[in-house]
Design a protein around this ligand. Structure first.
Ligand code: OAD
Length: 248
């Protein structure tokens, strides 16, 4: 009898949890030591985006592209999740949280977030260049062996490439992410300039009346007036958001 009541209580608590969806971008990982892309001194100032993050760039010089992501992987291995990542993971105690990230790092997972959708791929994975989304040819690299060597092949005989969605390529996870946003009771945007589509368009799937919070130290142009702006860095902004959400 007691056990049944306990199970019933657990199901009830789960059913009552509000669904929180967070869309994150490069600013989320800035305090972990990663450069953003479009800020002054950002990554695209040092490495032309066309060369290292476009499909044409990959076709033109796969060695250069693999070397670029080999370098980022080494940086990621030495990086740690920051307080912003941790606080977002901790929200799982009170909310049914889904993280939709444009980031290719694994810092949300390492901070404890259990449901992360990567829109732009994953840095620690590599895939076939002929059949990028075929799970048979996607491999996870280990910290002590995280480089792709020139000419290294995937199991289908094509060149091994980073499991990254390059510009000019489709974003296979966008419809899964849109479904999550459509069902959100709370939508949070953290550290993205909202310049890159289709990710930036996800805000249009938020249902009318659903609160939207936006954390960013700079003003971000969003075509909606119903947004609660928290003009702070990710860690401080997440402290403020946690206070606002858990006080209710
Ligand atoms: P951007 O570099 O365009 O924007 C980063 C945002 O983070 C800006 O709005 C900054 O103000 C903000 N920011 C900076 N420091 C911050 C901090 N400490 N805390 C919170 N926010 C901070 O990066 P994204 O919007 O993520 O795609 O860029 C989207 C995509 O463009 C990336 O996923 C990448 C890039 O090209 C691919 O490579 C496919």
């Amino acid at each position: 009898m007691c056990v049944k009541m306990f199970i019933f209580a657990e199901i009830k608590i789960e059913a009552c949890m509000k669904k929180l969806v967070a869309l994150t971008g490069a600013g989320m990982s800035a305090e972990s030591g990663f450069s953003t892309f479009r800020d002054a001194g950002g990554l695209w100032e040092k490495y032309p985006v066309q060369q290292v993050a476009s499909h044409d760039g990959w076709e033109a010089d796969p060695v250069l592209v693999n070397n670029f992501y080999n370098g980022l992987r080494k940086q990621l291995i030495n990086a740690k999740p920051n307080r912003g990542h941790e606080l977002l993971a901790e929200l799982e105690k009170d909310f049914d949280v889904t993280v939709v990230t444009q980031n290719v790092d694994n810092l949300h997972e390492r901070a404890g977030s259990s449901h992360v959708i990567h829109l732009h791929g994953e840095l620690m994975k590599v895939c076939s260049s002929r059949d990028t989304d075929n799970p048979h040819f996607i491999e996870e690299l280990m910290a002590d062996n995280c480089e792709v060597k020139p000419g290294q092949k995937a199991d289908d005989g094509s060149l091994l490439r980073p499991y990254i969605v390059f510009f000019q390529e489709a974003v296979p996870m966008i419809s899964v992410a849109a479904d999550e946003v459509r069902n959100a009771d709370i939508f949070v945007i953290i550290g993205t300039s909202l310049n890159v589509y289709p990710a930036a368009g996800l805000i249009h799937y938020v249902r009318t009346g659903v609160p939207i919070y936006l954390i960013d130290p700079k003003e971000v142009g969003v075509g909606s007036s119903h947004i609660h702006f928290i003009q702070k860095k990710a860690s401080e902004g997440m402290e403020e958001l946690t206070g606002l959400l858990t006080a209710k």
